[in-house]
Design a protein around this ligand. Sequence first.
Ligand SMILES: *Cc1c(COP(=O)(O)O)cnc(C)c1O
Length: 385
Amino acid sequence: MESHANLYATVDLGAVAHNVGVLRDRSRSDVIAVVKADGYAHGAVPVGRTALAAGAVALGVAQLCEARQLRAGGVDSHLIAWLHTEETDFAGGIADDVDIAVSSPRQLQRVIDAARSTGRTATVSVKLDTGLARSGVSPDEWEATADLLAAAVAEGAVRLSGVMCHLAFGDEPDHPMNSVQSARVDAAVADLARKGLTPELVHIANSPAALTRPDLAHDAVRPGLSVYGYSPVPDLGDFGLIPAMTLETSISLTKKVSAGQGVSYNHTWIAPHSTVLGVVPAGYADGVPRALSGRLEVLINGRLFPNVGRICMDQLVVDLGPDGGGVSEGDRAVLFGSPAADRAPVPSAKDWADGCGTIDYEIISRIGSRAVRRYVNDPLGETHG
Ligand SMILES: *Cc1c(COP(=O)(O)O)cnc(C)c1O
């Protein structure tokens, strides 16, 4: 089946394992690998298993259903999920032994109710809003949350696992807010201690803080982006991280066109001379931003060729030049990848992000499901279908 696909997101699991090692070394701390959004679109189960084998102590996701999909995929590690709604099936999460991070006394109450109704002890973490003002227990609800937690632990409905928060300025390592947020976590942990509660795992650092502020780590860091090999603070270097994903395909069609021929919708590019075009079967439905039309390059046989005309839903066109650039139908075409692994001037997801005013997080996490995930260099030696 795989060999008949047009488009592949090839994921180097050896790179994932290497990146987890970089994060453990730099943070001098344990790693909770974040595999939300299907592992930033790399595949949550294979990335999660690889990260755990490389020493990660837990996996983090946003939604409980993401954690339950990891369980269904055979992952038996500590799993933390931190974003819920009224619809969230807490009883199912408790049954699957997921660490449920709550953001309000109301969420905590619903977890307690689910624990009572199932007769099982829920594993709970507290997500604090220490300044990001997104999810997390707000300061004015902290006391009520802590009291409810203490009562629920005493009753046996709940076991306290962790205390966590998320940084507003993690990518500005010296911003004073980082230490402010860390101190607020310490104050909350002290409040819990006065109630006789001790969390097992306190964690606040995302990728940039994990790499640049080991002093903020507490018990573990909680990186996502850097697990996949991208530097969250590129101005400070790549930290030896290796991008794991290569988005690659093969040339679908080549054709000659004459001078004056407009290319793709609305003929936004018109051939200035006769030339050879190559059709690349990848488009915006696959996560190639349409905003990069005419501004991205594709690596074919070690050379970069420019996209011309509009990027479409399923395909884009490159100009191979009057002599066709030596490119044949079927030749491998790399849209982005890892410069180190390809030993060629391959574009990176960061180049794409810079080209259309976004961040590499958005580029990688939006690679579509039509790109077949293919796993290479698996340190666990497993084969993936
Ligand atoms: C996404 C997320 C992370 C990981 O952030 P990166 O910047 O990708 O390292 C960590 N914690 C929380 C709460 C998140 O939502």
